[in-house]
Ligand binder design. Structure first.
Ligand code: TYD
Length: 218
């Protein structure tokens, strides 16, 4: 299987903190205020996410909020189309990782195999995603779905997948699917997402520091 070097993916159920952690990682790469960044110390970080904020991603988000009514198999196809843009467009994941940036995405192929797999069965998401190369590193933010629910229940609007029964299935499927990525050559690490954000951020950083890109740059 084709591996994208310098590409990291954060995965987990809703409310597992991937978005917060990507922000904390971004701050780590920012030069401290007042001190000019020393060139060559760290690679350039490109934080990104799926669904993207491109045209297909926006349609997906409207579907997730329930504003646009879409069949689940249509959503599965849209996620794959959005990913294709994310990966291959100018300035996208492949181009940036290829030129030595550290690209970190909040969700990627595993989300489709997990979430769309629950709704549509395994076959369609596998078919739609099996041509996408896989990341060098996958961090799975593991969290009890009940705790995750407590974290997200005050959000102004919940999306179609954000209910407990579904999230229990999400966690189970991540656990059964991630070994597949490991067997295909990705490094997969489980992060205990129940800890305080700063502690989780340390775990994330420890995992990322094992990547060759960190050492070739610093
Ligand atoms: P999420 O990263 O949770 O966005 P936000 O926190 O901004 O709402 O992603 C939105 C939802 O999309 C989440 O429930 C997971 C789902 N999703 C899929 O079902 N399949 C996919 O392929 C991807 C990328 C996301």
């Amino acid at each position: 299987m084709n591996i994208i070097r310098n590409f990291v993916v954060f995965e987990g159920g809703d409310g597992s903190g991937t978005t917060t952690q990507l922000e904390l990682l971004r701050r780590r790469f920012d030069p401290p205020p007042g001190s000019p960044s020393l060139p060559g110390q760290k690679p350039l970080l490109y934080p990104t996410f799926e669904p993207t904020d491109g045209p297909v991603g926006r349609l997906i988000r409207s579907g997730l909020r329930g504003e646009t009514k879409l069949r689940f198999d249509t959503l599965a196809r849209l996620f794959a189309a959005d990913r294709n843009e994310h990966l291959h467009a100018a300035g996208g994941v492949l181009e940036r990782a290829g030129r030595g940036e550290l690209v970190v995405s909040d969700r990627y192929v595993p989300s489709s195999l997990v979430y769309q797999g629950i709704e549509c069965g395994d076959e369609l998401p596998l078919l739609l995603n099996n041509a996408f190369p896989i990341p060098e590193l996958i961090l799975f933010f593991d969290l009890d779905p009940e705790i995750a629910r407590q974290r997200i229940k005050n959000r102004p609007e919940l999306e179609i997948y954000e209910y407990l029964d579904f999230q229990i299935k999400v966690r189970d499927r991540y656990r059964s699917l991630l070994p597949l990525f490991r067997s295909q050559g990705s490094r997969v690490e489980t992060i205990d997402a129940s800890k305080a954000p700063e502690e989780v951020a340390e775990e994330v950083w420890r995992a990322i520091q094992k990547m060759p890109i960190i050492h070739t740059n610093g």
